[in-house]
Design a protein around this ligand. Sequence first.
Ligand SMILES: NC(=O)c1ccc[n+]([C@@H]2O[C@H](COP(=O)([O-])OP(=O)(O)OC[C@H]3O[C@@H](n4cnc5c(N)ncnc54)[C@H](O)[C@@H]3O)[C@@H](O)[C@H]2O)c1
Length: 483
Amino acid sequence: MKIIVVGTGFVGLPHAAVLSEYGHEVYAYDIDHKRIKAYKSGDREEIERYVNEPGLVASVAENMGRYLFFTTDISEIVDGTDAVFLCLNTPPKRDGSSDLSYYLNAAHHLAELLANREQKNRVVLVNKSTVPVGTARLLENIMEEHGVENFGVASNPEFLAQGNAIAGSRRPDRVVIGADSEEDFGILRRVYSQFVNHVRIRYLETTPETAETIKYMANTLLLTYISFWNGVGGRMAESVPNIRMEDLKLGVTSDDRISTWGSYVSNGAGGSCFGKDIQSLIYQLNNAGRSTDLLQAVYNINEYQKTYIIDRAVYEAGFNFNQKTVALLGLAFKKRTNDMRDSAALKVVESLLARGVKAIRAYDPLAMDDARDFWFSPDKNHLFDRITYHASAKEAISGSDALYVSTDWEEFRGLSRTIEMTVKPPFLVMDGRRMIPDFETLVKAGYEYLPVGGTLLKAKAESQKRDNGKVPSKMASELETLA
Ligand SMILES: NC(=O)c1ccc[n+]([C@@H]2O[C@H](COP(=O)([O-])OP(=O)(O)OC[C@H]3O[C@@H](n4cnc5c(N)ncnc54)[C@H](O)[C@@H]3O)[C@@H](O)[C@H]2O)c1
């Protein structure tokens, strides 16, 4: 099949690479010339500066020039194309609705080219972007307005998880196709022939509107589940000493009806999708005059979770951030990615600076350049001189008064030793990911340890004097609100 992938970001590039692995002739197209130049170079560092996914560079290297081609101009390519996948960014606007400007620009450009193509074979335009329900119809109208002939539209939402994009695209749990005609289903069956009738992959054909809704429902349900663990399990274990989070997880999820995925406590879910998609669904339901109380609560719980531990440090540990130096470990929204979008670290920095922190010493194994770009941006210039970037966790911790672990990078599991070797107590460890399994040795050595999903731990005599196992009043009122 001849395929064009429009937009070569976190979704488009892995999608194009994996489609080319199956022998399709794939043209990966982007308007960002620097990005395309980087991909064409085949150089690992260059490619990973844009999209850093395990297995991606190898896949690109193997297929480029044979089945995979990069371009900033598709005017000569549209002829004879069977399918065009739209993988454009659809960021949230201030009011929560989806900003469709990138998507619409690409759609209009495509429509002009397709209207003038010479070969009038059937072409299917496929939405892989997460777009408001009804956008496939909108795309159809755009094509008709431009006079495009012999085309179909389809919705094929992307469910990949960043950090696992290549493996996830090679073996998705499901492929959802929303289309109107048997002809278009047929074209997409050929595109995805390796997944049709697969014993373990559900291949679902439905209407475009259902497919679009499946994507929003799936993402908001995952966020709801994460927020349940943070907002209920986490709060209980943070309020009542002696609740063991790991046992809680095991006990609750030992029920086939309850998922183990997401049954952990963290500093909230970040990334480009969860927050954006729930806001968009709230907007769409509000527009339809429907209640969105549940979704609004989930969104609020998740956003507050990102900095909640900083409030706890003040209320529970009595820590005064004013003029202190804080090490921030982990900047990307999760491990194995350089993506900073909606990362907890962004909110953590704002919260720390608002509390008068003198300096933030940041470290991330992968996202340092992305973070620098973000905090160097013109509207954030007032922040950058208070953030310094360091080559290792040890270097970031050195000279700090407290530490916030924001990302679940595996290398942070050994932090207790690094802390002991680098700083002396008093020193507060805020563990937003429960990454320090041997926290007890830290506590014995005199450090204060404040994890999500657990009470403040510090050398025994003092902690008993202060909390005596009681739920702090601010936390107690929050528990009431949640109840
Ligand atoms: N990132 C994820 O994990 C993920 C998962 C599932 C779904 N999605 C959805 O997929 C879509 C794409 O997300 P992403 O993370 O890949 O975005 P991204 O920002 O990483 O990539 C978008 C790409 O589109 C390009 N682009 C913008 N306008 C263009 C135009 N007119 N023509 C050609 N290219 C253009 C940009 O230069 C960029 O390379 C979004 O709707 C997102 O919600 C993302």
